[in-house]
Design a protein around this ligand. Structure first.
Ligand code: AMP
Length: 212
């Protein structure tokens, strides 16, 4: 199963990817998490990506295409994977096709911008493993501490309101056209993201033909 989760920043892609990944036993490939790790480790890619990310801009396609090509070739991707936050441009989607990646399903999690802006102010992420929480909709068991790895939860720098607005603009201009790209290939499914996490999860499974 090779699945793409599409959707605006804050639509719930990371949260849904985490559960589906456990259920289906396939890894999640989150370019956002990979880039944040690269920044933390101060690698050349991290240093280049940081200035784009801090301003809510996309990291250049050639950087993303390089890291994804290397990642999908690893052993743990043999039985499939979930792409979270990638592709984000038509050029990235075309690059995946060029490496011979055949996507089975694309689920677009849809939600209005105004709801997203409100949601993002409550988002907290694990500084170490990247797990995502929300202070009211999806709180950790202990305040400020990651359920998965016990590390401290932080507010992402690019979750500031002005950066969120920039990221939404970038989403509509550069990423949303991917819906047409995958619709033309008969892969696109739409799920309403403005519902409880469990409901969105069930609807995604149904869209994948794995509903109960
Ligand atoms: P995310 O965690 O997916 O919201 O990504 C955070 C930031 O990382 C984005 O705002 C971009 O600056 C960068 N980024 C992540 N994935 C991509 C991608 N596929 N293409 C370009 N930039 C990306």
């Amino acid at each position: 199963m090779k699945l793409i989760l599409l959707g605006a920043p804050g639509a719930g892609k990371g949260t849904q990817a985490e559960t589906i990944s456990k259920e289906l036993g396939i890894p999640t490939i989150s370019t956002g998490n990979m880039l944040r790790e690269a920044i933390q480790n101060q690698t050349p890619i991290g240093l280049e990506a940081k200035r784009f990310m801090d301003n809510g801009q996309l990291v250049p396609d050639d950087v993303i295409i390089g890291i994804v090509e290397e990642r999908v070739a690893r052993d743990d991707c043999r039985n499939g994977y979930i792409l979270d936050g990638v592709p984000r441009t038509i050029a990235q989607a075309e690059a995946l096709e060029r490496f011979g990646v055949t996507i089975d399903n694309v689920v677009s999690i849809e939600i209005e911008d105004a709801v997203i802006e409100k949601r993002m102010s409550g988002r907290r992420v694990c500084g170490r493993c990247g797990a995502s929480y929300h202070i009211t909709a999806n709180p950790p068991k202990t305040d400020g501490v990651c359920d998965s790895c016990g590390s401290e939860l932080v507010i992402r720098k690019d979750d500031r309101p002005e950066t969120v607005r920039e990221r939404l603009e970038v989403y509509h201009r550069l990423t949303e056209p991917l819906k047409g790209f995958y619709e033309a290939r008969g892969k696109l499914r739409i799920v309403n993201g403005n519902q409880p996490i469990e409901t969105v999860h069930r609807e995604i499974l149904t869209a994948l033909g794995k509903g109960v």
